[in-house]
Design a protein around this ligand. Structure first.
Ligand SMILES: Cc1cc2nc3c(=O)[nH]c(=O)nc-3n(C[C@H](O)[C@H](O)[C@H](O)COP(=O)(O)O)c2cc1C
Length: 372
């Protein structure tokens, strides 16, 4: 007898409808077959036999996973003004000093703009000073406030209370902290940008493939560092830079991380490094930002892949399209923080001299670019 549910239904009907068959025997045979089929089928088949649409199974599972994402965002983001961690407070300070930077970077900045932002930034800087001491992020914020003060001053507004507040903050920076003069605006020329951007990006992008065969030579950590520094230039929402990357080099650590991922069979074990790109939910403050971790983290991951490619290394992105149990298990096994959303893994290794790659042809341009 066919094991398929459709087969079961039609067979059963034939048995029962057979005028010559013994009714009781037919029912018993049908039940026997049904039990056998149930035992050898997976849950989806069973539901089909019972006439339940497969979506009925997906709905509770999907809901549970959405609830997991919802809980994660509720627990770890700063939604509701819960600035109860250093990362959250740093994120809102960054957001606000960057608002000032953006305002100053306009062609015609409005004199005295953003007073509410200035006040909030001063309050949060004092809060940060009390809780953690003024670090590099705070110094950048103070330098931005200085640029803002000077801009207004040159346009006829001398905001002395702000000047005094800036001086007090500058004085409060511990002498053993490294100093930075970053923050505010930079003057650049079109020519300087054109000179630096004159690379053959089309050839560069066309020469990147997902690599699924790696040479045995280990990838030196300094190459990964170089790539991460390049990837750090990736744009992020309000420059909050939520993305981070875990680097696994040790065989056991790599094996453990890859054991939760379903797309590395046949090549994952050849990777010299396994990277896990994450985005810390502590950086997000608004309900509208509930998917921002994936956006900022995804963009960071793309830059990292290109950066590694620019250093001559092979990479293969590895999906983290998993359900909550796998997410929890990976975090427990590898020490990835609970507040971090895992974006993807990236297998990294040196390229062999010759190799085969999947062609992965692209769609026609007309399907992708829609001129309206
Ligand atoms: C987020 C993401 C997840 C991916 N996951 C896997 C994976 O698990 N296993 C794999 O072999 N390739 C994976 N890939 C690679 C894709 O198959 C590949 O990028 C695509 O076919 C295009 O080919 P190319 O990278 O060679 O241009 C992934 C790519 C991305 C962007």
């Amino acid at each position: 007898m066919s094991n398929s549910p459709a087969g079961l239904r039609s067979d059963s009907r034939t048995d029962l409808a057979s005028p010559s068959g013994n009714g009781l025997f037919a029912v018993k045979a049908m039940l026997k077959r049904a039990v056998g089929t149930l035992l050898s089928s997976n849950v989806k088949d069973i539901l089909r036999i019972l006439g339940v649409a497969p979506t009925a199974l997906s709905v509770p599972a999907l809901s549970a996973n959405y609830i997991y994402d919802f809980r994660q965002f509720l627990k770890w983001s700063a939604v509701g003004d819960r600035l109860d961690t250093q990362t959250k407070l740093r994120a809102v300070i960054t957001m606000d000093y960057h608002r000032i930077e953006k305002g100053l970077a306009l062609r015609e900045p409005k004199i005295g703009f953003g007073r509410d932002v200035i006040q909030r930034l001063l309050t949060n800087l004092k809060r940060y000073q009390t809780a953690y001491g003024l670090d590099e992020t705070c110094q950048i914020a103070i330098n931005t406030l200085t640029a803002y003060y000077q801009f207004n001053q040159t346009h006829g507004i001398d905001d002395q209370p702000l000047n005094v507040a800036i001086a007090a903050l500058n004085q409060a920076i511990a002498s053993d902290r490294p100093r930075t003069n970053q923050g505010g605006i930079a003057h650049v020329t079109k020519q300087s940008i054109l000179n630096a951007a004159a690379i053959d990006f089309a050839t560069f992008t066309q020469s990147r493939y997902s690599i699924r065969q790696f040479a045995p030579d280990p990838v030196e950590l300094h190459l990964i560092e170089q790539a991460v520094i390049m990837a750090q230039k990736t744009p992020s929402v309000c420059n909050r830079q939520s993305a981070r990357v875990y680097v696994f080099s040790d065989d056991e650590a790599k094996r453990k991380a890859l054991s939760f991922q379903n797309g590395n069979r046949g090549f994952g074990d050849q990777a010299s490094k396994v990277l896990v790109v994450v985005s810390d939910l502590n950086h997000f403050v608004a309900i509208g930002e509930r998917y921002q971790a994936w956006i900022d983290g995804g963009m960071f991951a793309m830059s990292l892949v290109y950066a590694l490619h620019s250093l001559g290394l092979g990479t293969c992105c590895l999906n983290w399209s998993v359900e909550r149990w796998a997410d929890r298990s990976l975090k427990r096994a590898t020490g990835i923080k609970e507040s971090e959303t895992v974006i993807m893994m990236i297998a990294v290794g040196h390229l062999p001299d010759e190799l085969t790659v999947a062609q992965s042809p692209r769609k026609p341009l007309s399907e992708v670019m829609l001129v309206r």
